[in-house]
Design a protein around this ligand. Structure first.
Ligand SMILES: O=C(O)C(=O)C[C@]1(C(=O)O)C=C[C@@H](O)C=C1
Length: 356
């Protein structure tokens, strides 16, 4: 059987070449997709597909005959079409925001994106079916949770389809050549808080006015238009307005990460072997209520990765929801057991591949 190994090696080599060629083909298809999007022409061109198959069937000299070509190429065309016309995605805008970057990291450059001005509008767009997916921030490891997102997860019936953890870097963009000529810095509140050391080191007390605006894109626009102005912003936003970057990565912590959620409707992922599940638990205000539930997780051997309380905002009393992330999938036997005993207290929000 020595020959078998040698033959298999040949097959492996050919497969690698085919894979490379298929990837090259997809790169060209992406360009076709861009052109079609620009000219607003239709994606599905059956006549072109038939022409390709006819041509290849004529060219083929080996045992890969017409029906084999048809079988394989129809699959390739389907993948190509999907690449050309992907899903519609809403995200917390504006364009070039960190949430936009998180969305693009998952859905690619070809998807149709809808920047919205509030997290609530993103939830509405997904709930009403205006878009298939929504992308919102849920927490920053320096700043804590995004309360709006948690509260809206409680109100809407959406599922968490995936999480994205993205490093957050701030750049210092300005048209000026030196920090000495800078009198105003535009950015979001959060950026001023996260770049305190840089601001303290490079600017004297009272030298600059820190002007909060509601997006780093807006900050870039202002800095690009005004003399003596600068912006704490993302690279992507600076590039958009051709604002030169004087300093890179000016954030205090090297480990500045934001976690984003991708939301969809009625989408439940299958078990991947490395999952995370998010639930909201409304626990009665009797002694031991929280301890009892935590005990159930402990006994099932489930590791909680997050627990955060939020006011239930019902009536005059102080009642709380607990926002809980745990390792594992809702279909795992251990998780099913905990969900079963606590079913009247729990709202399931999603099981998805664990990225952080
Ligand atoms: O040629 C096109 O118009 C393409 O979009 C490319 C392509 C392909 O994969 O070759 C994809 C979809 C169309 O239905 C036809 C062909």
């Amino acid at each position: 059987m020595e020959n078998l190994d040698a033959l298999r090696q040949k097959i492996d080599d050919i497969d690698e070449q085919m894979l490379q060629l298929l990837n090259d083909r997809m790169e060209v298809v992406k360009e076709v997709g861009h052109l079609k999007a620009h000219h607003k022409t239709v994606i599905y061109r059956p006549e072109r597909e038939k022409a390709i198959i006819d041509r290849l069937a004529k060219l083929s000299k080996g045992s890969f005959n017409r029906s084999a070509i048809e079988a394989v190429f129809h699959q390739i065309f389907a993948i190509s079409r999907n690449l050309e016309l992907p899903e519609r995605i809403a995200y917390l805008g504006p364009m070039n925001s960190f949430t936009h970057q998180a969305a693009e990291s998952r859905f690619g450059a070809l998807s149709e994106y809808l920047p919205l001005t509030t997290i609530s509008k993103v939830f509405d767009a997904v709930s009403t079916g205006k878009v298939r997916f929504g992308v919102v921030p849920i927490e920053n490891n320096q700043e804590g949770i995004v309360a709006d997102t948690i509260d809206l997860l409680g109100k809407h019936d959406l599922n968490i389809v995936a999480e994205v953890a993205m490093p957050i870097h701030f750049a210092f963009g300005t048209k000026e050549n030196s920090v000495k000529s800078i009198k105003k810095i535009y950015s979001r509140d959060i950026a001023f808080r996260q770049c305190k050391s840089f601001l303290g080191e490079f600017f004297e007390e009272g030298q600059v006015e820190l002007i909060p605006v509601n997006s780093t894109s807006k900050a870039v626009k202002m800095a690009a238009e005004e003399e003596g102005a600068a912006a704490l912003c993302s690279h992507v936003a600076a590039r958009e307005y051709a604002l030169p970057i004087l300093y890179e990565n000016v954030e205090d912590s090297e480990d500045n990460f934001t976690r984003f959620l991708i939301l969809g409707k009625e989408i439940v992922n299958k078990q991947s072997g490395k999952d995370k599940t998010t639930i909201l638990a409304k626990i009665g205000d009797n002694p031991g209520a929280l301890v009892n539930m935590l005990q159930d997780f402990y006994q099932a051997g489930i590791n909680l990765t997050k627990i955060e309380s939020r006011p239930a905002k019902e009536g005059k009393n102080f009642k709380y929801w607990f926002f809980i992330d745990f390792e594992g999938h809702i279909e795992d036997e251990s998780a099913k057991a905990v969900m079963m005993v606590n079913r009247d207290k729990i709202k399931f929000l999603g099981s998805y591949v664990r990225m952080c």
